[in-house]
Design a protein around this ligand. Sequence first.
Ligand SMILES: [Zn+2]
Length: 501
Amino acid sequence: MFYIKRVTTAFLWTSLLFFFPNFLPAADYISVVDKGKGASIATIKTIEAGRYHYVSVEELARALSFQVHSDSRKKQIELQLLDNTVRLTAFSPFIKINSRLVQIPISVLYRNGTFYIPLEFFIPLLSDLSLPVEYSREHREIYFGSRNENLVSVEIIDLDNGTLARIQGQTLFKRSNIFTSDSNDWFYIDFYGGKVDTSGTFDIVNKSNFIYNVIPIQLSEETCRLSFQYRGRIKERQVSIDEKQRQVIISLRTREKISDSLLDELEKERQKWEIDTIVIDPGHGGKDPGAIGRAGTYEKYIVFEIARELKKQLQRNLNAKVILTRDRDRFVPLRQRTKFANEMGGKLFVSIHADANRVRSVNGFTVYFMGPAKTEQAREVAQFENSVIRFEESQDPYASISDLSFILGANAQNAYNKESQDLAALIERELSLHCDMKSHGVRQAGFYVLHGASMPNVLIETGYISNYRDERKLQEKNYQKNIALAICNGILHFKRRYESL
Ligand SMILES: [Zn+2]
């Protein structure tokens, strides 16, 4: 009811404007805000008529840097918006968008060679074309999304045998620049050359029950990621491109009973790899001493001794090549460590550390795998270990990885999350059995050093160097041997478990 009344009023106003061209309601201004910059980039004069805000089409096009062309003879004006052509005709409520004709509730106005269009109706039409533009009547602002973004929205629906996600691009993505991965109930799509807004303008229309969470992340300058959290199981995934619509279509087959056993087979096949190369990472080194004990013990020396002993044990008990990330007391940047492990074809990555705590009485060992920290303490430990990047010449590679995005990114990159967790549990059990020290169990936290390892990976805090008793133990040659033996046993169990699958 209200709607009809509004349109009637509008009709009266437009009639007034048409029949009495000298009659002009009060002019006002509206600003165009660039969302990327968070600043106003232009102001446009608006004419309020019958509750609606009209603007000059030319002025609007100028502010949004769209191309415009008018034909005074036909009384038509044409806007070129990326690949879309929008044509308006004076005094007509019909707007031609590409080959489609749409009707808005009131007509386009035309006075002295200038076309006027009501923002309330026109801006939503542009958003429908996936142009990053919005209008707030209340704030008297037009928001213009950063032109940088080339992924603007996703729509997810459930079908009979799966789920379909349509991702709207502003540019056409090549199939070869799209990567998908799947880990721990998260499905990831990485777009090389992708730019996404993470502040909330990325439009998510989720009608799916299978996917219940969608997070857009800009992973780096050139890569962005859409993370989908789901319940259930993805049996097959397929990526296709709709060139005409500039859409990336992801189909996830989630409900098909016949191939269950086959997929189980494939899963086992995937997990069955030979653990023939193990990379041991003694933490810190060189200018980075790590934690410093009460009696002056340096973490870097202790962990190096344990790592060396572990290498010896592994070589004795396992048929595998064992490599250390540093063979002496030298500084190695965190990133270098997993990069090196990847290059060496490592199948397991074990980083060895010793903890410190302000509270001297805190003692015991902890085995970590990569994941969002669940406790404040786990977060603090990760923070301390991560802080050694201050010793590195360039901290830029880590600048883009922070908090949630870092961990989500790491989780995805780390397809071995489940295996890492298993490895951590097996090592923890052995340490509990063979080492006379309190266990803090298996925990998860976001460690930079584990970021980027393409293999199951864990980080072991072998004890608290800040605790007098732990420090003394960690210094003992025999105790170091015990730790190494326990870790070696854990790895042995892991190797047996996975290779027998
Ligand atoms: Zn450390």
